[in-house]
Design a protein around this ligand. Structure first.
Ligand SMILES: C[S@@+](CC[C@H](N)C(=O)[O-])C[C@H]1O[C@@H](n2cnc3c(N)ncnc32)[C@H](O)[C@@H]1O
Length: 269
């Protein structure tokens, strides 16, 4: 039996799914990954797996334990206190990358910066600005910047959205949109992830209300602007009642076929 199969038979079933087990194995083999049969495990690795399992069994999300998360096509640094980027957001990022040629992009609610930086990694941008209110998130976002003209800024969406609309071609939003009483939120999320990043008032619709109260002014200042915004898969009906008549809205689904984001454009282009 190869060393990999030895490790697999000993530890695979201790993880909730194969994906988590694979994440740990690829974390251990990062620098020396060859094929499954040739993977090299040193003496320390079993001790590391046991340590990871202890935290994992305490419901701690694996990305916090490994201090990295795979999003779209790359790994990003992540730390406790910062929202973990979700696969739910990947369809929106792919759409931005394949169907637009923006030069200047701004991401509000940036968290780790994984969304905006994925755009930067795949489109030639002149400028990317990442904005959040959380100092930990901004530090994490800075640690994820490898190259390019990227500015990281502490600021409130509600105060800056109109000003930034003037100066950018495309704005990315993934606001907190979960209702605090939502029973579908997992125990791990409730216990470990920052509540300010997840939950918002008014049944989770607080930031959409703000967005739509300011949107006509944003487009009056920049008719070419496009805004991509993620929402909860059951919020489409509520959101569609908020969109002003002078704004074009297109709803899109994520890879799981759930309604997941909308695109806003001026009707008077
Ligand atoms: C759902 S997370 C999204 C993080 C990141 N965009 C992602 O998808 O991984 C929401 C983020 O918004 C930030 N935030 C909450 N209220 C904000 C506000 N009023 N203005 C700017 N950022 C805010 C939180 O700190 C958190 O990082």
């Amino acid at each position: 039996m190869s060393r990999y199969h030895e490790i697999e038979s000993k530890y695979l079933l201790k993880f909730r799914n194969r994906h988590d087990f694979n994440s740990v194995i690829s974390f251990l083999n990062d620098k020396i990954f060859i094929t499954k049969d040739d993977m090299i495990f040193n003496e320390n690795d079993e001790r590391i797996i046991s340590h990871i399992l202890k935290r994992y069994n305490n419901n701690e999300p694996l990305p916090y334990i490994l201090r990295r998360v795979f999003f779209y096509k790359s790994y990003f640094n992540i730390k406790k206190g910062v929202f973990i980027p979700r696969q739910d957001s990947e369809a929106m990022i792919e759409d931005i990358i394949t169907n637009n040629k923006p030069e200047k992009v701004c991401e509000f609610f940036c968290g780790s910066g994984a969304l905006g930086l994925s755009v930067l990694n795949n489109v030639q941008l002149k400028k990317l600005e990442l904005i959040d209110i959380c100092k930990k998130a901004l530090k994490c976002a800075k640690s994820n910047i490898k190259e390019g003209n990227v500015l990281v800024l502490r600021g409130y969406f509600e105060k800056l959205i109109i000003t930034k609309s003037k100066n950018f071609d495309l704005i990315i939003l993934n606001p907190p949109y979960i209702d605090i009483n939502d029973i579908n939120v997992s125990q791990s999320v409730k216990e470990w992830e920052p509540h300010k990043a997840i939950f918002s008032k008014d049944n989770g619709l607080y930031y959409f209300n703000i967005l739509f109260s300011k949107i006509s002014e944003c487009f009056s200042l920049n008719k070419k602007l496009k805004i991509y915004c993620e929402f909860g898969y059951r919020q489409k009906n509520d959101i569609s009642k908020m969109v002003p008549h002078d704004i074009k809205v297109t709803y899109k689904k994520d890879y799981q076929k759930n309604w997941r984001y909308f695109i806003l454009e001026s009707k008077n282009d």
